[in-house]
Design a protein around this ligand. Structure first.
Ligand SMILES: *Cc1c(COP(=O)(O)O)cnc(C)c1O
Length: 691
């Protein structure tokens, strides 16, 4: 357990503070008592709130190497649209036309507080674009944009004395009402959030106090000079933000999801309470108190906002616990580790094409592909079109090769999902091309497996595919059928396969045709062959950290099993000696027996004959035999040796529990099959729990 001494979820808690500051900005709590103090609070100090939100976003995006930017963008856009919809009644009441609304949607936001969303939606892609130049240049350019933005904000009165500059800013103001937007304002804070230095707390805290004081002087000065067109950007604001964020980072431990969600809800909801408080105050005759007393007004808006945010948060759909019944547990770290090891084994010039067919061999294609994508794997292979489409829908935009046959009539769908198709033979290629839609293909070369591909020696046939008008050949590959056999004869056959493959590639090159990316090694090709002069290797089973069976390989690599298969004890009872249990009473207790019903069956992919073949599970770290016949949704386990077993206890069918482990290879061997089959049959009813 974490203790307070470890630190606080400082970033998440400051989100709440920032949300309160935003409410301050929009309600001016001190206005009716001390306008100058109110200016200081709401137009100077509270200006840290929105840059903070931007920096938090940048911070987490940068942690993932900005690879999550697309997903973040889509989620923000969805939230923005929902929020804009929420305020549509206000827009209608104010007489806003549809065109004006659409314009506001992409520029300043459809209500005053919503400018943040279009700023993020423009700022994030801009930041990603700038980062292509490198971190330093990106920060410099974003800083320059911010400086330019200052001229349209706190320093407009100064800058606009130069007519040319005034004209420039007035041009910008034809698009946005302010320079506090996605171009001039958001990129800098997003990037600073990702590149914030971690200063020692001793330096950051007094530094922040000094910077805030200096920024206050700056603000009052600009105000006194009458320069301010707006009061949301200051020269010293980025410095204040770096110091504040650094301080928070130094305190930050752990996370507080509730604070995250509630702060966002507060941000989204508070203008509705500002709107609704007016008629409410009139109706109750409390205008003097609720509207004219700025402090009471602020307090009322804040209380209502806070209460409604908490209420909405409480109404959120409760996330289902994937580990409630039976589940596939995905060890992400092991997957990433395996990808690194295989990448190293494949050689420097050869990249991984991760084979994630059959729901990633039963591991869950979407979480597997996302994890690999984040680890830098940039190419995937699936068995069929629908698997490729599912990956696209899961947000995988890297190249995907469909290894299996696809009906030519589906060519349009291949193009729609931007999938690369493997060509099964020349007829297949012609039929695909005849559909008249441009698609990318990899040419399968049959080097002896006699499954798919144009025969390696048929140079004319291979070359003919290049002449087809609608296919673009971007790769050439073959599949080895004996690479899992370490014997000398098999090795010689494999050698001939490789020679035929490279000869086919050379033949095409001699004809002036570019075969594109070559790939030939699957898992056993990596384990049993030296690195190949190819652009890709296509490991499947090896990525998941298991061998297909117990046959030996040349190079054993340090791979880790990725999947554990677990269920729970549903019920425990004691059988007298001689008593039977299960369908057909196939089990008879030889002695007094503690029998557990376990929440997984053959419909989940557990082989039905596993109990009869000596299948075991781990309960409380102890190996216990499966007994009787497996049912569709349950199976029986003799837990006599496992101590005090209770309903709800986890049961491991594949994987480790304490020091004891049941490898997938062991289960597959019992059932006379390979791990590929065992794992790929794990049912869709099993949720994936990634850790
Ligand atoms: C399934 C498949 C692979 C992956 O095979 P593993 O033995 O699991 O590594 C590679 N290439 C092709 C063509 C496949 O069909």
């Amino acid at each position: 357990m974490k203790t307070r001494a470890d630190g606080l979820p400082a970033l998440d808690w400051f989100r709440l503070a920032a949300a309160v500051l935003v409410v301050c900005i929009h309600t001016s709590p001190l206005e009716s008592f001390a306008p100058l103090w109110d200016f200081w609070l709401t137009r100077v100090l509270a200006r840290v709130a929105v840059p903070f939100f931007l920096m938090v976003s940048g911070h987490f995006l940068a942690k993932g190497g900005w690879r999550g930017a697309g997903r973040f963008w889509r989620r923000t856009a969805a939230l923005y649209l929902a929020t804009a919809g929420l305020y549509l009644p206000v827009n209608l009441y104010n007489g806003m036309g549809p065109l004006e609304w659409l314009r506001a949607l992409v520029t300043d936001g459809t209500l005053y507080h919503l400018w943040y969303f279009p700023a993020v939606l423009l700022g994030v892609p801009l930041a990603v674009l700038l980062l292509r130049l490198g971190k330093g240049p990106a920060l410099c350019l974003a800083g320059a944009l911010y400086l330019a933005g200052l001229g349209g904000d706190s320093y407009y009165g100064l800058v606009s004395q130069v007519p040319a500059l005034a004209a420039l800013y007035d041009g910008a103001f034809c698009i946005w009402e302010q320079t506090r937007n996605g171009l001039f304002y958001a990129p800098l804070f997003l990037l600073l959030g990702g590149a914030c230095p971690r200063l020692p707390r001793r330096a950051a805290a007094p530094g922040l106090a000094a910077a805030l004081a200096a920024m206050s002087l700056e603000a009052f000065w600009a105000r006194a000079m009458g320069w301010q067109r707006w009061d949301s950007m200051y020269l010293l604001l980025p410095l204040c933000m770096v110091l504040l964020f650094s301080l928070l980072l130094s305190l930050d431990r752990g996370e507080d999801r509730r604070a995250r969600r509630v702060s966002m809800l507060m941000y989204v909801l508070h203008p509705w309470w500002i709107v609704l408080l007016r008629p409410a105050a009139r109706l109750t005759g409390l205008e003097g108190l609720l509207l004219d007393n700025s402090l009471v007004h602020f307090a009322a808006v804040l209380a209502l906002t806070w209460a409604s945010a908490l209420m909405l948060y409480a109404l959120r759909p409760l996330p289902a616990d994937p580990t409630a019944r039976a589940w596939r547990e995905l060890d992400r770290a092991a997957l990433v580790h395996n990808a690194r090891v295989l990448q190293a084994a494949a050689g420097r010039r050869c990249r991984l094409m991760a084979v994630v067919k059959a729901d990633a061999y039963g591991h869950g294609a979407a979480p597997v592909a996302r994890t690999l994508r984040r680890a830098g794997v940039d190419c995937f292979a699936v068995a069929c079109l629908s698997e490729g489409a599912a990956l696209r829908r899961a947000g995988i935009f890297a190249p995907i090769l469909v290894l299996g046959w696809t009906a030519p009539e589906q060519a349009e769908l291949l193009r729609r999902w931007r999938l690369t198709q493997a060509v099964a033979d020349l007829d297949h290629a012609r039929a695909l091309s005849a559909r008249g839609v441009k698609i990318k293909v990899h040419l399968a070369v049959d080097t002896g497996m006699r499954r798919l591909g144009i025969p390696a020696e048929d140079e004319e046939g291979l070359a003919a595919v290049f002449a087809l008008p609608h296919l673009r050949v971007t790769g050439l590959f073959s599949h080895l059928c004996l690479s899992d056999d370490a014997g000398a004869q098999a090795a010689a056959f494999t050698r001939r396969q490789l020679d035929a493959f490279y000869a086919a590639a050379d033949g095409l090159r001699r004809r002036g045709l570019d075969p594109g990316a070559l790939h030939v090694q699957a898992s056993y090709g990596i384990w049993n062959l030296p690195p190949q002069p190819c652009q890709y290797a296509r490991p499947g089973i090896a990525l998941y950290g298991v061998y297909s069976d117990e046959s030996p390989v040349r190079r054993r690599l340090d791979l880790r099993p990725v999947l554990s298969l677990r269920a729970r004890v549903a019920s425990v009872r004691t059988l007298r000696a001689g008593e039977g249990a299960g369908y057909g009473l196939a089990f008879t207790a030889a002695r007094e027996t503690r029998l557990a019903a376990v929440t997984i069956g053959y419909a989940d992919g557990v082989p039905r004959d596993l109990p009869a073949r000596g299948g075991e599970v781990l309960v409380r770290g102890v190996r216990c035999p499966m007994v009787g016949r497996a049912c569709m949704d349950q199976l029986l386990v003799d837990v006599t040796g496992a101590g005090e077993v209770r309903p709800g206890d986890p049961v491991t069918l594949i994987g480790a529990d304490g020091p004891e482990r049941i490898p997938a290879e062991e289960v597959a061997a019992r059932c006379g099959t390979i791990t590929n089959e065992l794992l790929s049959r794990l049912g869709a009813r099993l949720p994936v729990a990634a850790r």
